[in-house]
Design a protein around this ligand. Structure first.
Ligand SMILES: *Cc1c(COP(=O)(O)O)cnc(C)c1O
Length: 509
């Protein structure tokens, strides 16, 4: 075991009770197994000579070895259940256990998407109830539930906009995207075949209204604007932007991933928005980031509703029904853009999100937004004299700092983030948004206690003091206390090793 590249100082490479763990394939031994099956009865080969000749290649381990393997891996995993996770833009909040219980009820968990409609009336009603909650909370006409993530919700919304324009015979080419946008926004517009035209921010960290107006024209299909934006600020000229966009016949797409900051307080439908995705896995607490799949419903205005993708639930005289194929009328999906996903979407996430809404109620959801904003402003107040605040004034659900305070220290934003890991915190989001230098975006969410925020503030203050007192070496070495140190993240992304191969000596055995 190459202990030097791992944690120094022990024979095994283990650090205390944190145990080194090779791949399961490296541990497997031929002939060992966790199950005891009878020898199969000989059968006539019906594979026409295609039967496998070599070993199947599964690792051979006993049951306790398998248990330890996965337990050890799980202990290397940092999770919202293990500590503070202030990853800006990602909304890593507690996933209530009640939601998990409900999602595991056999009547929901054991459903099959191809069951006859008559046997899944309850599930369809649940989907319909979730749709109603989302429409009421956003003040919008319709909702498409099938998109499997925020990014796919954006694609869905922009495809609806493109379909609406094409239906009018209007082939517009340009989509305006603010410089502070999440990378998925320009990617979505490009995937829909549009040319992206970047719009600058103003000195207050908001989209510049004059710049939007200057770029608008009758070749603009729409704008993709995030509110609250990725600098953690409310776009306070959104009504004027919506009006200007509509004046040239373009559509207003809102990236609603940050809806957790305004749920129960602001209805996007009142802001002139035509389409907006919601991230159930952010605002409505469903697990994500390795814990579960995303879910990105898109709310639509009346004008865009006919283009919503299939399938969708309708409630008729004979109960609930799924419209799965384009029918002859608008009510039957005549103009639907098609299908974005097999079946209806992430049912398990629908259950969790609806449980979250119903257990919080209207007042509870409003408090979610208020507390998320309060907690972010608490971080802002506790750190503004030692870090560099990017924009003046209070923030929404997340607070943005840049690397001004690290100037001439020899410490970068990346080093600072790595030092947080040694202190037991998941790093903040770094180098995003791109509109400030060396960004650090912190999102505490509403579920953190004052005690945990205070501990984080004290830690960041201590690290900032360390950086300024010339202790750059400590930052360059960080993280020192993790099972692995600095990984080649770019190399891993560019040249991923996706397949295990036996070491040559083992293969020769
Ligand atoms: C998270 C996020 C997205 C993308 O959502 P996914 O579910 O990760 O695809 C898009 N825009 C913003 C502002 C986000 O925060």
């Amino acid at each position: 075991m190459a202990a030097t590249s791992r944690t120094p100082g022990t024979i095994t490479g283990n650090r205390g009770l944190q145990i080194e763990e090779p791949l399961i394939f490296e541990q497997g031994t031929a002939g060992r197994t966790g199950v005891d099956l009878a020898e199969p009865v000989p059968r006539e080969d019906r594979l026409g000579g295609l039967a496998r000749e070599g070993e199947i290649g599964l690792p051979g381990l006993s049951e306790p070895e398998v248990m330890r393997h996965f337990m050890r891996l799980s202990q290397k995993n940092f999770a919202i259940d293990s500590g503070f996770y202030p990853l800006g833009s990602c909304t890593m909040k507690h996933n209530p256990r009640l939601n998990e219980r409900l999602a595991r009820l056999p009547g929901l968990a054991d459903l099959h998407p191809m069951q006859p409609e008559a046997t899944v009336q309850g599930a369809l009603e649940l989907i319909d109830s979730l749709a109603r909650w989302l429409k009421v909370l956003t003040g919008m006409e319709a909702v498409a539930l099938s998109p499997a993530a925020g990014a796919q919700g954006e694609l869905c919304g922009m495809m609806c906009i493109r379909a609406a324009l094409e239906a009018k015979g209007d082939a517009r080419r340009r989509v305006l995207v603010p410089e502070s946008a999440h990378g998925t926004n320009p990617a979505t517009a490009a995937a829909c075949g549009y040319d992206i035209d970047a719009v600058a921010n103003n000195a207050r960290g908001r989209v510049d209204l004059a710049a939007v107006k200057a770029k608008l024209g009758d070749d603009v299909a729409g704008i993709m604007l995030t509110n609250p934006n990725t600098c953690g600020l409310f776009e306070d000229e959104i009504l004027e932007i919506a009006e200007a966009v509509h004046e040239v016949g373009a559509y207003f797409y809102c990236d609603g991933a940050n809806f957790n900051a305004i749920v129960g307080k602001v209805r996007p439908g009142d802001l002139g928005i035509d389409a907006m995705h919601l991230n159930l896995h952010k605002t409505f607490s469903t697990p994500h980031g390795g814990g579960g799949p995303g879910s990105g419903p898109v709310v639509l205005s009346g004008g865009l509703a006919p283009f919503a993708p299939l399938p969708f639930v309708v409630h008729g005289k004979e109960g609930f029904r799924l419209v799965e194929h384009r029918g002859r009328s608008e009510d039957e999906g005549l103009s639907a853009i098609g299908r974005l996903k097999g079946f209806h979407g992430q049912m398990g996430m629908f259950v969790r999100a609806l449980a979250y809404m119903m257990s919080h109620g209207a007042d509870g959801l409003r408090q979610v937004a208020e507390d998320a904003v309060l907690n972010a402003n608490y971080l802002l107040a506790g750190l503004k004299d030692v870090l560099t605040v990017s924009y003046p004034g209070p923030c929404m659900h997340e607070v943005l700092f840049d690397d001004g305070f690290l100037e001439d220290t020899g410490v970068s934003t990346l080093d600072f983030a790595k030092a947080l890991i040694d202190e037991g915190f998941h790093p903040t989001t770094i180098y995003f948004p791109l509109v400030v230098h060396g960004a650090m975006l912190m999102e505490p969410t509403e579920t953190e206690s004052k005690a945990s925020l205070d501990q984080f503030i004290a830690t960041v203050r201590g690290l900032a003091a360390g950086a300024r007192s010339g202790d750059a070496a400590k930052f360059h070495d960080a993280p020192k206390l993790t099972p692995r140190r600095r990984l080649d993240e770019t190399g891993a992304a560019r040249h991923p090793v996706l397949r295990w191969r036996p070491a040559p000596d083992k293969a020769a055995e």
